[in-house]
Write a protein that binds this ligand. Structure first.
Ligand SMILES: [Zn+2]
Length: 298
């Protein structure tokens, strides 16, 4: 299985990534050097692969991109659902992806996009492909593969262009409209929108994913860090999701009326409990303080 030529622009974007991976591998301790140039190259490669398969609108299909990185089109499956969500296996002249059985369509798409990124850490001229970074997977590599998957499935250029069209919706409705349109999970959409979308700058999202043990609720904030009182609201929501104290969420909603709009949803998904909450602080941020003159009048 030879690598296809994708055109000068795309080929050079992919070559750039290989060059940056080799540059990182030359360091005695790759973990201690910056991977910033590699990150930029990898994000450009995500765009190049998407455009090479003629995709300029969501949902981005991952399957047509797999053979461009020597990945067999059909995944294989682990025998138990306690397995990792996905792994990339180097075999024969290329790779195959092994998935946990029973993953949702969204999680499959995410996992394939993430594993695609791992192929860049291999020398594809070898049969089977060999890892260039011989120390094995690191947190840095995992982070870059997540960044690649986010850029592939929710390209920055497309996601930032959505704001005007969806202006009239609440943040929660907006999040779900984008999630459906891009074919990603609520968590993936929220992570991306919080990081790149100005409409989410005064927002925070809290997620509980019980598929990971121990189950833990993580939260992420938009482009502006939350203030102390907002952070306290986020912590209350995090606690409520973590301990499934859903009545507490109603209390937060009531007590913080005026400071925050809180939405949440939880339930069983594929035998695991998962929950999501979104908190919008934009109303409190836009509230205008009374003019000083008026405030000091008797
Ligand atoms: Zn990975």
């Amino acid at each position: 299985m030879d690598l296809q030529t994708l055109g000068v622009g795309a080929d050079s974007a992919l070559d750039n990534v290989s060059r940056e991976v080799r540059a990182v591998a030359r360091f005695r301790d790759p973990e201690r050097c910056t991977w910033q140039r590699l990150r930029v190259a990898l994000l450009r490669a995500a765009e190049a692969l998407r455009l090479a398969t003629g995709q300029s609108a969501p949902p981005i299909q991952v399957d047509p991109i797999l053979p461009l990185r020597k990945i067999a089109p059909l995944p294989r499956y682990f025998s138990s659902n306690d397995s990792p969500e996905a792994v990339l296996v180097s075999s024969g002249t290329g790779f195959f992806i092994r998935l946990r059985p029973g993953l949702s369509e969204c999680r499959c798409r995410w996992s394939k996009a993430h594993e695609l990124a791992h192929t860049f850490f291999y020398d594809l001229t070898k049969c089977p492909p060999e890892r260039v970074l011989t120390r094995g997977l690191s947190i840095k590599e995992e982070g870059l593969c997540n960044d690649f998957a986010a850029e592939l499935l929710m390209p920055l250029g497309l996601v930032t262009g959505e704001a005007a069209r969806l202006q009239e919706m609440s943040l929660w409705a907006y999040l779900h409209a984008v999630r459906r349109e891009y074919g990603v999970s609520t968590e993936t959409a929220a992570r991306r929108l919080l990081r790149v979308q100005t409409r989410f700058r005064f927002a925070a999202a809290v997620f509980l994913d019980a598929t990971r043990a121990p189950s833990r609720a993580w939260w992420g904030a938009g482009l502006q860090s939350p203030r102390a009182r907002e952070r306290a609201v986020v912590k209350r929501v995090q606690y409520a999701l973590q301990h499934k104290k859903l009545e507490e969420l109603d209390l937060v909603r009531k007590e913080e009326n005026g400071l925050a709009s809180v939405w949440w949803k939880g339930g069983e998904f594929g035998g695991h409990y998962a929950a999501a909450a979104l908190i919008d602080f934009s109303r409190s941020r836009s509230a205008v303080a009374p003019p000083i003159r008026q405030a000091i009048q008797p």
